[in-house]
Ligand binder design. Structure first.
Ligand SMILES: Cc1cc2nc3c(=O)[nH]c(=O)nc-3n(C[C@H](O)[C@H](O)[C@H](O)COP(=O)(O)OP(=O)(O)OC[C@H]3O[C@@H](n4cnc5c(N)ncnc54)[C@H](O)[C@@H]3O)c2cc1C
Ligand SMILES: *[C@@H]1O[C@H](CO)[C@@H](O)[C@H](O)[C@H]1NC(C)=O
Ligand SMILES: *[C@@H]1O[C@H](CO)[C@@H](O)[C@H](O)[C@H]1NC(C)=O
Ligand SMILES: *[C@@H]1O[C@H](CO)[C@@H](O)[C@H](O)[C@H]1NC(C)=O
Ligand SMILES: *[C@@H]1O[C@H](CO)[C@@H](O)[C@H](O)[C@H]1NC(C)=O
Length: 508
């Protein structure tokens, strides 16, 4: 079995920067990496280009509006069951809190520290039907409550170092305590806690801020275009080909294409695109005022959550196993290695969004679940029956453990991947680019080295799969079991849409 020590460059030899870098994708991962590289002295003589499938008729529209990094709001929390992510999120939050000048990340309404109410249930969810068989090496599945308890432990321990922070974290031992903390008249879950040190960010505005930071460096070229395949010679990736035939060449290609990554690079079953449901409801000024002090509320037994409204729009979402959308690719993705034959009919789960399909709606199953969250968390009759103004499918690049995938490709020179966001990367906007740049420079933070590594075992599993004649890139085997997911694993989008009446409108 290949180990991550085959990654390039070997961590022992000194790092020599490439003369050109092409970053595919300008979401949180791609754009923050561009900023970190542009600011580092060691890359001062390296040209940096970012390509995104944004509409070329709208110059500057980076990232694309259907990217996971674009939305009204994203939760910013240090509430993690995993201490390494909890500590990194804590670092990120220090940046989100900066509001001293209009140019500070957290200023101009980009960050609001409204608190986060995390709740769970003691009853374990149904065993996942489509999950990998529980066998050798599989960890016991974490339940939503396990996750809440562990993240409570981590948050408490972070707060213990700072009494001012500690006063803002409070256990909520029963539904009445949860109701009191929520302040909407609703309640959810049987046990939880509120962390007033957490909040939410305006994702669209924060990405615009990040783009501005990148542009201020005057070091990065932006290209609007859709990459259809990676260019390579016998051993090395040399660039990317666009749908209009243009070729962008670079010494190092960084693929940060979010949930689309599997369409360009065979990820060997390490990460899979999963679609998550969102619903937006228009509310009145009076309703907005009544909700002004509500915290973000996230039920980790079901993944359903509500973020406080802005501009009279209330968003309800579900952090779940999501839907897979298997698509047979017109261009085979880059194989696992130069000697690995590409599968004849490569099928991977890829995003389906309303940019491509203007009639797309969310499945009735998802819409009903969002409605259920609203009824429970904000039980106001007039609100609960109001139709969604729009709905959206937003796509994660999910890994089995919920860890990101940030590493040199072990099979090809000149290729680095930064993806596998697993639905929780947005909060790291101010810090993740630097960590990715560290990994590029061969100095990945030790606490993340193994977590973020290209997983050789998955690569060999997929190799075995294609050896036995299977064309599948093993998308069906990835089920994220970090304890934070609700819903049913393995739902296929087309099947769920076929079951749904056509009345739920999608994106406006
Ligand atoms: C519904 C939902 C709720 C979430 N909630 C939270 C939250 O509360 N807190 C949190 O921290 N995180 C949250 N996340 C996760 C967070 O948004 C993502 O982890 C993060 O945005 C992923 O960034 P990315 O750069 O990997 O992907 P993306 O933002 O999707 O960026 C990928 C980019 O690559 C481009 N691209 C793809 N293919 C090509 C191609 N072939 N050619 C050119 N360009 C290409 C795309 O256009 C896109 O702009 C949520 C995600 C979703 C979907
Ligand atoms: C968020 O912060 C902005 C700026 O401080 C403020 O105007 C707005 O009312 C806040 N929104 C919420 C929901 O607290
Ligand atoms: C975080 O929680 C885990 C599990 O409860 C525990 O092992 C770890 O020590 C905690 N870390 C911190 C920093 O509290
Ligand atoms: C929240 O969690 C409880 C379990 O504690 C569950 O019974 C309930 O259905 C969940 N509600 C929502 C809206 O997710
Ligand atoms: C959307 O639906 C309308 C009406 O049913 C139809 O005419 C149109 O072709 C559809 N568009 C797409 C992209 O499927």
């Amino acid at each position: 079995m290949a180990s991550s020590s085959t990654s390039l460059p070997p961590s022992a030899s000194p790092f020599s920067p490439p003369s050109s870098i092409l970053i595919v994708g300008s979401g949180v991962f791609g754009l923050s990496t561009a900023l970190a590289l542009a600011r580092r002295h060691v890359f001062a003589r390296c040209s940096i280009t970012v390509v995104d499938r944004s509409d070329p008729s709208q110059p500057g529209a980076f990232p694309s509006p259907d990217a996971a990094s674009v939305d009204t709001s994203r939760i910013v929390r240090a509430d993690y069951a995993d201490p390494a992510y909890a500590a990194l999120a804590d670092e990120a939050q220090a940046e989100w809190r900066k509001q001293d000048t209009p140019a500070s990340l957290g200023a101009q309404g980009r960050y609001n520290e409204t608190g986060l109410l995390l709740v769970g249930d003691a009853t374990p969810p149904e065993p996942p039907a489509a999950a990998a068989p529980a066998g050798e090496g599989s960890k016991p599945k974490l339940t939503g409550l396990d996750y809440v308890r562990m993240s409570w432990a981590n948050v408490s321990s972070l707060a213990a170092k700072n009494p001012e922070l500690a006063a803002r974290v409070q256990e909520l031992p029963d539904p009445d305590a949860i109701r009191a903390a929520l302040g909407t008249g609703g309640s959810s879950g049987s046990w939880g806690y509120i962390n007033k040190n957490s909040g939410w960010a305006d994702a669209t505005a924060s990405m615009a801020w990040l783009l501005d930071q990148v542009q201020q460096t005057r070091r990065v070229d932006f290209v609007a275009g859709t990459v259809v395949s990676l260019e390579h010679d016998e051993t090395t990736v040399t660039g990317a080909k666009l749908s209009d035939g243009r070729v962008l060449s670079a010494d190092l290609v960084i693929v940060a294409a979010g949930a689309w990554t599997g369409g360009l690079v065979d990820l060997g079953g390490q990460a899979v695109a999963t679609g998550q449901v969102l619903g937006y409801i228009d509310i009145t000024e009076a309703e907005q005022e009544k909700l002004a002090n509500m915290p973000v509320v996230l039920n980790l037994s079901t993944g359903l959550f509500i973020i406080p409204p802005t501009d009279r729009v209330l968003k309800i979402a579900r952090h779940a196993y999501g839907y897979i959308n298997p698509v047979t690719l017109p261009h085979p993705p880059l194989p696992l290695s130069p000697t690995h034959p590409p599968p004849a009919n490569p099928t991977v789960s890829l995003p389906r969004t309303s940019l491509i399909d203007s009639n797309l709606s969310i499945p009735a199953e998802g819409a009903a679940d969002l409605r259920r969250a609203l009824r429970e968390m904000i039980p106001w009759p007039a609100l609960c029956s109001r139709p969604f103004r729009r709905t959206r499918l937003c796509w994660y690049s999910d890994t089995a453990t919920g860890d990101f995938l940030i590493d040199y490709h072990p099979g090809w020179r000149g290729l680095f991947v930064a993806t596998g966001d697993s639905g929780h990367a947005f909060k790291f906007l101010p810090v993740i680019g630097d960590k990715i740049a560290d990994c590029i420079a061969g100095a990945c933070p030790p606490e993340f080295r193994a977590k973020w590594a290209w997983k050789a075992a998955s690569a060999s599993a997929s190799a075995a799969g294609s050896g036995s004649g299977s064309d599948s890139l093993a998308w069906s085997t990835v089920v994220t079991e970090d304890g934070s997911r609700g819903g049913t694993p393995g739902l296929v989008l087309a099947d769920e849409l076929a079951k749904s009446p056509k009345e739920v409108p999608a994106h406006d």
